[in-house]
Ligand binder design. Structure first.
Ligand code: UT7
Length: 334
């Protein structure tokens, strides 16, 4: 990216529902064990949004409200709010519209980005273009998913992985070259075969038949997705490092999408990054789809310093995947 203005992350926050769904509770729901889930995925527990009538915007709104408080930002200063999600409150209006209204961001326009587990990276990069072009000064990016709304809790292949949550970041222009340095984003719609939600869209609208056939839930061919994720997430991470002359030692943290600890470990190995420099919260929250990366940044914020080199990386439904090189702009003086 040649632009002189860079988009810096100047605040990060999140929201997690209170209810904790543990592996031992899942043992009572489906034929599985804590040992299998822990060994094969790394997940120990996940959060579930139980509030009646509350959708993804409920969590996104709370994440953005705490972000605005934390960064002393008035909602009317926000120019644009983008929400990455595959579990919108409704097919339309966009969940971003609902969040913007709830937080009273009355001067912002807002829209959703649908890129599944890579959604946060897609939204972050899209938002950063408005900042580096000099068009906007304050853009909020939310990654939020209520995965429990599209998961079949009788299917042990998927119900053990996913959870609910929301993360949000504020992007502002950087005066000293901190912020988003480079990115690689990719997609390949042929991945639809392996990871999708079959019904509820225009191709197969909801009907009694689709409900009975459980087609409003996530379908995943786990093994095929796993294979693609391992190679593609590592490929783009290595590529973005190479073209920015970064070696494993130069990377302060890998911030990976939290789908499976084994995919994360493989990516870190390929990058030459030690385990101690890998952000991990899959054990607590599972796979929250668009929320995993901002929730990691939120969890590890106090370990980061101004200038810390981060590689954000994701792979997910679509297929979509990507890696973003960020120079952290906040100094926590730790
Ligand atoms: O975030 C979006 C992108 N998604 C991903 O990146 C997910 C990628 N895939 C995965 O993480 C893994 O494929 C899973 C965690 C979904 C599954 O792990 P796996 O090691 O690939 O298991 P598998 O599907 O190959 O199944 C192995 C065995 C099977 O039994 P048999 O046929 O060998 O007898 C499954 O029936 O494990 C069985 N199995 C389970 N056993 C206990 C599948 N799920 C469970 C379970 N508990 N929950």
């Amino acid at each position: 990216m040649s632009s002189k203005i860079k988009a810096a992350i100047t605040g990060v926050s999140g929201y997690l529902p209170e209810y904790v769904l543990t592996n031992s509770e899942l043992e009572k729901m489906v034929d599985t064990t804590d040992e299998w889930i822990t060994e094969r995925t790394g997940v120990k527990e996940r959060r579930i949004l139980k509030e009646p009538g509350a959708g993804t915007s409920f969590m996104g709104t709370r994440a953005v409200q705490s972000l605005l408080e934390k960064t002393n930002t008035s909602p009317d200063e926000i120019d644009l709010l983008i929400c990455a999600t595959v579990t919108p409150d409704m097919p339309f209006p966009a969940t971003a519209n609902l969040i913007a209204a709830d937080v009273k961001a009355t001067n912002a326009f807002s829209y959703d980005i649908s890129a599944a587990c890579s959604g946060f990276l897609y939204a972050l990069v899209t938002a950063s273009q408005f900042i580096s072009a000099g068009t906007f000064k304050k853009v909020v990016v939310v990654g939020a998913d209520k995965m429990s709304s599209i998961i079949d809790y009788e299917n042990r292949a998927t119900c053990i992985i996913f959870g609910d949550g929301a993360g949000a970041v504020l992007l502002e222009p950087s005066t000293d070259s901190l912020g988003i340095q480079d990115f690689i984003l990719r997609s390949d719609g042929r991945g639809v075969e392996f990871l999708n939600m079959p019904a509820g869209g225009s191709r197969k609208p909801a009907s009694i038949e689709t409900v009975n056939a459980k087609e409003h839930f996530v379908y995943q061919d786990g093994k095929s997705v796993f294979k693609e994720a391992v190679s593609k997430m590592a490929d783009v991470s290595a590529e973005v490092m190479e073209r920015n002359n970064l070696k494993g030692d130069d990377v302060d943290y890998l911030v990976p999408h939290q789908a499976n600890k084994r995919i994360i470990d493989a990516t870190a190995r390929r990058m030459g990054v030690g385990d101690e420099k890998v952000m991990l919260n899959i054990q607590k929250y599972g796979n929250t789809t668009a929320a995993t990366i901002p929730l990691c940044l939120w969890d590890y914020e106090n370990k980061l310093h101004e200038g810390s080199n981060l590689i954000l990386a994701a792979f997910g439904g679509g297929f979509t995947w990507g890696a973003v090189y960020v120079k952290w702009a906040l100094d926590n003086k730790n």
